[in-house]
Ligand binder design. Structure first.
Ligand SMILES: [Zn+2]
Length: 147
């Protein structure tokens, strides 16, 4: 059973959805966080509105700028380390080092952006994360009155 609402979370009052797909597996394979089979992206980085396999609504997916920050930090560190190694101990000419780093930045960043964006979306759906709504505040107040 995947993606069917089964009960409300006692803490948040939100409808909890059980998922059998690991968010990490769905993120690394860039697949639907609900079924783990349908493709998540329509092109390189654009998220589909709905899964082609299970029909899961992906329109609420909002990874924000989180993926870009991770990619900048990880690729920046990797490129600095590899650039120093290629120029120093390996002894490649500066133009070759620049070419290798350029290819690494372009292709590595695109691949990492897809993976990190898919991972953040999968984690968002796995934890039912979303913007706070008026009902959430009302639920918190009601719960506070009970104790
Ligand atoms: Zn799906």
């Amino acid at each position: 059973m995947t993606g069917t609402p089964d009960h409300k979370n006692a803490d948040t009052g939100r409808e909890h959805t059980s998922r059998s797909v690991s968010p990490y597996k769905a993120g690394l394979t860039c697949t639907c966080p609900n079924c783990g089979e349908g493709a998540l992206f329509t092109n390189i980085l654009e998220v589909k509105d709905r899964c082609d396999v299970c029909g899961f609504d992906l329109s609420a997916a909002d990874p924000g700028d989180g993926a870009q920050v991770f990619v900048i930090l990880v690729m920046g560190a990797l490129c600095a380390i590899i650039g120093v190694i290629l120029y120093g101990p390996v002894g490649l000419p500066p133009a070759v080092v620049a070419g290798v780093l350029f290819a690494m930045v372009v292709f590595g960043s695109l691949w990492m952006l897809r993976v990190f964006k898919a991972l953040l979306i999968a984690l968002q759906f796995h934890h039912d994360a979303r913007e706070g709504r008026q009902e959430d505040i009302a639920h918190e107040k009601k719960e506070g009155d009970d104790t």
